[in-house]
Write a protein that binds this ligand. Structure first.
Ligand SMILES: CC(C)(COP(=O)(O)OP(=O)(O)OC[C@H]1O[C@@H](n2cnc3c(N)ncnc32)[C@H](O)[C@@H]1OP(=O)(O)O)[C@@H](O)C(=O)NCCC(=O)NCCS
Length: 179
């Protein structure tokens, strides 16, 4: 794989770019405080913007590693940060990565994450030279599966996953991949 770090990607409606410290307010307003958004993640909704700033500062620091692919999703028409998409679980041996995403609830079901995810898959295959991309979603979160299928990913299997530190997200997960 050819690691190049988080490069800006532009689509019809979106700019995917590196986080900046000034995104803290949009994050706080748009998603980190919303329990519906965090329901299938292992984190608690933020109560104070200082928590958000601290998280953000850590994420920004990670960009010094060119194996970090973590984009904030910005709407072109408002320039607001409304969610994120990232690649991780980088496996050099089989040249695979996984993709994960999240969006502010007020924007769900407008095709935004599908638009973001398609562009990130293209970037992974064409720029990083990834050979396989996989993902998974909790069985009670079918909208995520819909996004993955709309991006051309194939269903592989459903497997129970136990997260001892976070019972809230333990359960059956549907796995997808694209090569
Ligand atoms: C899952 C999520 C990322 C989807 O983002 P989005 O921008 O709304 O997705 P899209 O609009 O591109 O596609 C969503 C699709 O799911 C469908 N959908 C929504 N709710 C659904 C449900 N309960 N059952 C089945 N399909 C559903 C929508 O109709 C849409 O399909 P369509 O375009 O054929 O109508 C967003 O809802 C989210 O951030 N949720 C909270 C965080 C999260 O769960 N992240 C994923 C962890 S794996």
């Amino acid at each position: 794989m050819k690691h190049v770090g988080t490069q800006t990607i532009e689509t019809d409606r979106l700019i995917l770019r590196k986080y900046e410290m000034t995104d803290a307010n949009d994050m706080f307003q748009n998603w980190v405080t919303d329990p519906e958004v965090s329901r299938f993640w292992g984190w608690e909704p933020h109560k104070d913007i200082l928590e958000t700033k601290s998280l953000l500062s850590g994420w920004i620091h990670e960009y010094t590693d060119l194996r970090t692919y973590h984009w904030v999703i910005v709407l072109k028409n408002t320039l607001q940060a409304v969610g994120y998409i990232y690649l991780n679980e980088i496996n050099e041996a089989d040249q695979s990565v996984s993709v994960h995403f999240l969006l502010s609830r007020k924007l769900w079901n407008q095709g935004i994450v599908t638009e973001a995810c398609k562009s990130v898959l293209e970037f992974a295959f064409n720029t990083i030279d990834v050979k396989r991309i996989h993902s998974r979603h909790h069985i009670d979160n079918p909208a995520s599966g819909k996004v993955l299928r709309k991006c051309g990913m194939q269903y592989v299997q459903t497997t129970y996953m136990h997260y001892p530190d976070c019972e809230q997200i333990s359960g059956n997960y549907c796995f997808y991949e694209i090569t």
